[in-house]
Design a protein around this ligand. Structure first.
Ligand code: C5P
Length: 227
């Protein structure tokens, strides 16, 4: 990673494109990478991707795609033209293979192993016989077989996932909180420093930055801590 600021991905979890653009302005040079999720994407946020890219900023499209192979492939092909750097899909083998067929123009595909809101009871309810750690490990290995570029997993899973995917696959994790920050609904958190020690390439941080009086200084402090 050439620019240390790329280690931080700021989640633009705001309701509108106007608010997202205002936040990006306030953060200024302190951050280089932004994540657009469901809410913003479905509120016109896809149009923001080329605008941010034109300013030299990187965009993580957190759309967590999963559908029949042809639909995923064509969807990823269409999204490739927007100028995003990362796109997420769910880590189902067929979905991951389809995404890799469709991606173009430097877009990297990240696979979400198991949603961090799932515990053992949720996995059983959804029909899985494997435990959550087993499912994470299996999907990480299947991601490597499919050739994906990176894995999104919880910080606490990162060390075991690294053992499966090796050094060349990106590991990106949410659930990161600077020491002393409010947890919100995140339960198992790490600090930015602990994340780097755990071998995590990039962290996704939302509310500690978006809700701060001075988001630029919080972002800068996270980058400094990761260095
Ligand atoms: O505000 P906070 O720092 O908790 O935001 C984390 C971001 O990462 C949110 O956009 C959330 O949707 C996303 N995320 C997550 N856990 C996952 C996957 C994505 O918190 N397993």
């Amino acid at each position: 990673m050439n620019d240390p600021r790329d280690r931080l991905i700021v989640a633009l979890d705001v309701p509108s494109v106007a608010e997202a653009e205002a936040l990006v302005e306030r953060i200024g040079d302190a951050a280089t990478f932004y994540k657009i999720g469901y809410r913003l994407a479905y509120s016109g946020g896809l149009a923001l991707v080329p605008r941010l890219a034109a300013r030299g900023l990187k965009v993580f499209l957190d759309l967590k795609l999963h559908d029949i192979g042809n639909t995923v492939e064509e969807g990823v092909r269409a999204l490739s033209d927007l100028g995003a750097t990362y796109l997420t899909v769910h880590a189902y083998p067929q979905t991951m293979r389809a995404a890799m067929r469709g991606r173009a123009g430097g877009l990297k595909v990240l696979a979400v192993t198991v949603l961090t809101s799932y515990d053992e009871a949720d996995a059983r309810e959804a029909g899985y016989a494997l435990s959550v750690p087993e499912l994470v490990a299996r999907r990480a290995a299947q991601g490597i077989e499919a050739g994906i570029d990176g894995i999104v997993c919880s910080a606490v899973e990162a060390v075991s996932v690294r053992g499966i995917v090796g050094a060349d696959t990106l590991i990106v994790t949410p659930g990161i909180r600077p020491a002393g920050a409010a947890l919100g609904d995140q339960k198992r958190v790490m600090t930015p420093r602990e994340a780097r020690i755990a071998g995590i390439d990039q962290v996704v941080v939302g509310r500690p930055i978006t809700g701060a009086g001075d988001p630029a200084s919080v972002a800068a402090a996270i980058v400094a801590e990761m260095r």
